[in-house]
Design a protein around this ligand. Structure first.
Ligand SMILES: [Zn+2]
Ligand SMILES: [Zn+2]
Length: 187
């Protein structure tokens, strides 16, 4: 069975080099759905607690929320950074508190201090799905990711890798046979 959860992401981007209005900077509220597949954990009668999927995913996905997302070869990137630098906000500001964990993958690099994500490919809904899978594939048994933004929508199914050992009391993934939340130990 599957547990799934949905996130709203508000961001600005553009499709650099695209021949259409999306080549201009604009904003969206994107809706991301992550489906996790596993056996039902009999202890809690759940596949996985959805608030835990939220917590795990949001730690990284927060970087895309209220952020500017630019492709690495977009000439806007050095211009924006130069303005932030001149303003003294490139390396952060006291009011910038909603920061996620900085990350760098082959597809994207997050700069939480200046609310920027730099991507290798254009950040279409398809591009976002690839980025999210890459960020979370080792943390969650992902079966499907769906992303919608304006009239654009895409989804991708994945083959979840095996089953995850989960706490029979909390439902969360065990770390080295122990529950990081309640201390339960698997014999
Ligand atoms: Zn757009
Ligand atoms: Zn537990």
């Amino acid at each position: 069975m599957r547990s799934f959860t949905t996130f709203d992401l508000q961001y600005a981007h553009r499709f650099y080099g695209f021949k259409g209005e999306a080549q201009y900077l604009h904003g969206h509220t994107g809706v991301l759905t992550i489906e996790v597949e596993d056996s039902i954990n009999p202890g809690v009668n759940m596949v996985f607690p959805c608030n835990e999927i939220q917590k795990t995913a949001w730690a990284l996905l927060k970087n895309f929320d209220h952020a500017l997302i630019l492709r690495e070869d977009d000439p806007l990137l050095p211009s924006v950074l130069a303005v932030y630098e001149a303003q003294g906000i490139k390396n952060g500001a006291p009011t910038n508190t909603m920061k996620g964990e900085a990350f760098k993958t082959e597809l994207a690099t997050a700069y939480p201090d200046c609310r920027l994500v730099v991507t290798k490919e254009t950040m279409t809904v398809e591009g976002m799905i690839k980025i999210v899978y890459d960020l979370l594939k080792d943390k969650l048994n992902i079966a499907k990711i769906t992303f919608t933004s304006g009239v654009n929508a895409a989804s991708q199914e994945y083959k979840p890798v095996g089953t995850m050992d989960r706490c029979p009391r909390c439902g969360i993934a065990l770390v080295d046979g122990a529950c990081p939340k309640c201390g339960y130990k698997k014999h």
